[in-house]
Design a protein around this ligand. Structure first.
Ligand code: RIB
Ligand code: NA
Length: 307
């Protein structure tokens, strides 16, 4: 049967190095703990959804290399539908160079590599996955025309389009008009609206601009302050959990994957956000993107213990 939830997005090999503090321009710092770990915003969000119980199909391109093939195996192990995860001949899997500071903050540079091959032509054989989906979740590490095409297709077929607009960039009104929900962080919200977002009042301003452009639900993540959600049902701040950060990489991805999973399962918006906060909080206590993403049981226990 067709998956109800589809994630379309990137797969990256994350080259991770831990540093005390980030090097300034021209500076060399000594790092430690080099590892190559599974990442990519699309894959992270798909893995989160799969581990948290969603019936999920993933649309992505990996390279025709060991890492890419191993990633497809891992996606299968996590219970994802992977018929639309394509290994592209002659290209390496996407990469991310990640430095993690002792504070838990990260600094990331990416190169698309095989992710750039997810063109509208390559998507074409998988269009029924989109037309049969109830929800599609996307990010901005895939070719822009593909994201636009997928959004239009899902919308036309009556499905729900959710965009996590990361990494930050401005978006045309034509795409915003196709979105049922958008989930920027503060930086991304500013990039989209021109409103510097720090307080709840700023978030209100930014959300109104996005509503005016046709986005139904605007959810702005405000880091430790929580998530500001605004829709025709009203607006409020839903606070998160406070944990000691080891590595915040993929916290946002875990949040997004968890959020759409909970909404897909019929949870209320507030319950879905709280569940997503819990999953994301667990992920920041561990190193790495996909290695840090929890399973449903762990989130359930965490929420009980922190109620
Ligand atoms: O959001 C975190 C992800 O961003 C990392 O896994 C890295 O691959 C980059 O895409
Ligand atoms: Na993490």
């Amino acid at each position: 049967a067709a998956s109800k939830l589809i994630v379309l997005g990137s797969v990256n090999a994350d080259h991770v190095l831990q540093v005390d503090t980030f090097p300034r321009p021209g500076e060399t710092v000594i790092g430690h703990g080099y590892q190559v770990l599974p990442g990519g915003k699309g894959a992270n969000q798909a893995v989160a959804a799969a581990r948290l119980g969603a019936d999920i199909g993933f649309i992505a391109c990996v390279g025709d290399d060991d890492f890419g093939h191993r990633m497809i195996e891992r996606f299968n192990e996590d219970g994802m539908e992977t018929s639309a995860v394509m290994a592209v001949e002659g290209l390496p899997t996407g990469i991310a160079l990640i430095q993690i500071a002792a504070s838990g903050e990260n600094s990331i540079s990416i190169s698309a590599e095989a992710n750039a091959a997810l063109t509208p032509e390559v998507l074409a054989p998988h269009m029924t996955m989109l037309t049969q989906a109830e929800t599609v979740l996307m990010q901005l590490e895939s070719p822009f025309e593909t994201i636009e095409l997928a959004a239009r297709t899902v919308r036309k077929a009556g499905g729900r389009v959710v965009l996590n607009p990361a990494p930050a960039r401005a978006l045309p009104d034509s795409l915003l008009a196709e979105l049922d929900m958008i989930t920027p962080n503060e930086t991304e919200a500013e990039m989209l609206t021109g409103v510097g977002v720090e307080t709840e009042a700023d978030a209100r301003k930014a959300a109104d601009i996005l509503h005016d452009k046709g986005v139904g639900v605007v959810l702005i993540t405000l880091g430790e302050k929580g998530a500001y959600v605004s829709s025709s049902e009203g607006a409020r701040l839903v606070e998160g959990y406070s944990v000691t950060a080891v590595d915040t990489t993929a916290a946002g991805d875990t949040f997004n994957g968890a959020l759409v999973t909970a909404l897909q399962q019929g949870k209320s918006m507030d319950d879905a956000i709280l569940f997503a906060h819990a999953a994301a909080a667990i992920s920041v206590t561990r190193l790495g993107a996909q290695p840090s993403i929890p399973r449903l049981e762990e989130v359930t226990v965490f929420m009980k213990n922190n109620a």
